[in-house]
Design a protein around this ligand. Structure first.
Ligand SMILES: *[C@@H]1O[C@H](CO)[C@@H](O)[C@H](O)[C@H]1NC(C)=O
Ligand SMILES: *[C@@H]1O[C@H](CO)[C@@H](O)[C@H](O)[C@H]1NC(C)=O
Length: 466
């Protein structure tokens, strides 16, 4: 039982209302059973007051937390925050309200004016020993339980405000992101506080940060971090390079970036220069390659080299034939090319025996040789050197083209009396083939001896300049 240090009933009527009977004072002291007596008294008074409101001897009692105000003839709230030393302990702050007080954390926002202004709610005199303080109501067990004013729509919070139920009371507060201006809660424009690194969008009750293109919100939802577009499906066709806030597309070697900045198109290297390949340039995706004509193979990347089919064994010549390679091909020639009256004395050599009368006006020997030149050689061009194989003291050798040079494409330049040079006089274009009889006439100084031998030179002119 809580005992008050002085009676709460202190009626001093200004209009001469009679002071309450002093004999009643002991009942306010802490005597056992006094509560029951008070209850009985109040019941009697409650029944009596309607008939006799001017009854000077009526006794009025206020419930806990109120005291009698003779001026207004009402029970008046006691400000416990002022009257009770250290009403709230520690960091709690004391909030007075009707019929009691609250201890709340200092940070708690309390909208006092909703309760602190206006006429205090009428507090009926306690009717019953079990009656509850305002904001509480008796339950079935006759104990006081808190009334949830918010749930029961007993509050007067504005639509912009949120109602929070409190023990014995309630509180109207602004939602997060709102501030009270006048009676209403108004959205706070957080964007004014530069919370966002790039862009800020104010929203009712909150805000949202946005980032420039190429950036995304960081984990704190405020700063912006570079997006690696290359990892996020950037539309680069070939190569992607991330950079701060953007990305760059690049192409593989042999491709060039299209004007759209994303796609790559093949570069036609062959169109750049006709010197890329010796024979033919073939453009390929991202590169080019050089091709060579039949009978040639690629040397390094751009040059064409004649395939020596005779060396490589790629020829089809028979046992009785000799393989002769030339630019771009080969020829199978019969090993024995000696015609009557000549007889073969070695692979390339035919002799006309002096004993044979048919040989008297003929070169005593014919040697077969083969060579190949390319087309379009610059002229004059030394192509073949003839050398006397046997030297006779005092003898003199003369060289001439005996046959096969009807168009004068070649001539002989004598070097000395034992050798001469076959010279190409005009540029020739293959494929074509010359059979030149290069004759060496040997005479002694008295001109009494004359001998002739022939070098039968087959000149293959290739189709190409290489
Ligand atoms: C950022 O925003 C997302 C989505 O709204 C949220 O789930 C997350 O908790 C926020 N992070 C921070 C640090 O506020
Ligand atoms: C031709 O050359 C040979 C060898 O060098 C030499 O013996 C001969 O005397 C020369 N003949 C003439 C006519 O110069």
């Amino acid at each position: 039982m809580h005992c008050r240090s002085q009676p709460s009933r202190r009626s001093r009527g200004p209009r001469g209302r009679r002071r309450p009977n002093p004999r009643m004072l002991p009942f306010a002291s802490c005597l056992p059973g006094s509560l029951l007596l008070w209850a009985l008294l109040l019941l009697l008074l409650g029944a009596a007051s309607p008939q006799d409101s001017e009854e000077p001897d009526s006794y009025t009692e206020c419930t806990d937390g109120y005291e009698w105000d003779p001026d207004s003839q009402h029970c008046r709230d006691v400000n416990e925050c002022l009257t009770i030393p250290e009403a709230c302990k520690g960091e709690m702050k004391c909030i007075n309200h009707y019929g009691g007080y609250l201890c709340l954390p200092r940070s708690a926002a309390v909208i006092n004016d909703l309760h602190g202004e206006g006429p205090p709610p009428p507090v009926p005199p306690a009717q019953h020993p079990n009656s509850c303080p305002p904001g509480y109501e008796p339950d079935e067990q006759e104990s006081c339980v808190d009334v949830d004013e918010c749930a029961q729509a007993l509050h007067d919070c504005r639509p912009s405000q949120q109602c929070h139920n409190l023990p014995g009371s309630y509180q109207c507060a602004c939602p997060d992101g709102y501030r009270k201006i006048g009676p209403e809660c108004v959205d706070i424009d957080e964007c004014r506080y530069r919370y966002c690194q790039h862009r800020c969008v104010n929203l009712p009750g909150s805000f949202r940060c946005q980032c420039e293109p190429g950036f995304q919100l960081g984990p704190n939802n405020r700063s912006c971090v570079d997006v690696n577009e290359c990892d996020m499906g950037a539309p680069c066709e070939q190569r992607c390079f991330n950079s701060y806030g953007t990305f760059l597309c690049r192409c593989h070697q042999g491709y060039e970036l299209h004007r759209d900045g994303f796609s790559c198109s093949d570069i036609d290297e062959c169109s750049y220069s006709s010197y890329l390949c010796q024979y033919r340039c073939v453009n390929e995706p991202g590169r080019f390659s050089c091709h060579c004509p039949q009978g040639y193979q690629l040397l390094a990347t751009r040059l064409c080299q004649d395939i020596d089919e005779c060396e490589s064994g790629a020829h089809q010549c028979s046992e009785a034939q000799t393989c002769v390679n030339f630019y771009g091909g080969y020829r199978c020639v019969d090993t024995n090319r000696c015609l009557e009256p000549y007889v073969q004395v070695s692979d390339n050599r035919c002799l006309c025996p002096a004993s044979n009368p048919l040989c008297r006006e003929q070169p005593s020997s014919i040697v077969h040789r083969y060579m190949s030149i390319t087309s379009e050689r610059s002229v004059p061009a030394d192509v073949f050197q003839i050398q006397a194989t046997s030297v006779y003291p005092g003898a003199y050798n003369a060289f001439q083209i005996r046959a096969g040079n009807s168009q004068g494409d070649f001539y002989i330049r004598q070097i000395n009396n034992v050798s001469a040079m076959l010279v190409l006089a005009r540029p020739v274009t293959g494929p074509r083939e010359y059979v030149l009889d290069l004759e060496m006439v040997t005479m002694n100084s008295l001109m009494s001896y004359r001998a002739s031998s022939v070098l039968r030179l087959t000149v293959f002119v290739g189709a190409y300049t290489f």
